[in-house]
Design a binder for this molecule. Structure first.
Ligand code: FES
Length: 178
């Protein structure tokens, strides 16, 4: 009866050294398992996008006759792998120029310096980057400023009277690899 009323700490003093070591090790193992259960999904969430392969998808950007020969316009389309909750962030864009009856060229929107969106200035026949003054000629080659490479082209085709652009993920690796 007296034993039952003793505080737990006092009862713990009666544990043998072997039992204490066993309980200490058991608690360490359980703590390690708990940490792993929490860490694995977190690490997967952080590193997963680095290894994910995004599909490339042809996106319609308008009918052939929506575009005038010689004119450069910005066309919006959906990211190749839009997430259900992405909203307006799922939209991306490219600069598109009709060069002939059935021929087009397209360029990415992103400057090859640090990725700012470039603007087409029709009166100057140039793409300008607002961030650090990068300038590109109409064919995408670098005219001035810090951009190290031409504006990357984007594949474009005409199918059934519709102009289509090959949408791909934003090419962050191009800037990372500098
Ligand atoms: S991001 Fe375009 S010049 Fe720097």
């Amino acid at each position: 009866m007296a034993n039952e009323s003793r505080p737990a700490a006092e009862a713990g003093e009666q544990l043998s050294p072997e039992r204490r070591v066993f309980l200490a090790r058991l608690s360490m193992v359980l703590a390690a398992i708990g940490a792993l259960i929490v860490a694995i999904p977190v690490v997967g969430f952080i590193l997963g996008p680095l290894f994910e392969k995004f599909p490339r998808v042809w996106r319609r950007v308008g009918a052939l006759n929506d575009f005038k020969v010689g004119e450069t316009v910005k066309v919006d389309f959906l990211d190749p792998s839009p997430l259900a909750w992405a909203g307006v962030a799922a939209k991306t864009a490219a600069w598109l120029r009709r060069t002939g009856e059935g021929s087009f060229v397209a360029f990415t929107l992103h400057c090859t310096h640090l990725g700012c969106p470039v603007r087409w200035i029709a009166t100057a026949d140039l793409f300008l980057c607002p961030c650090h003054g990068g300038v590109f000629y109409a064919d995408g080659s670098v005219a001035a400023g810090p951009p190290p490479r031409p504006l990357p082209g984007v594949p474009v085709r005409v199918r059934d009277g519709q102009v289509e652009i090959l949408a791909s993920a934003v090419p962050l690796s191009r800037w990372r690899s500098r």
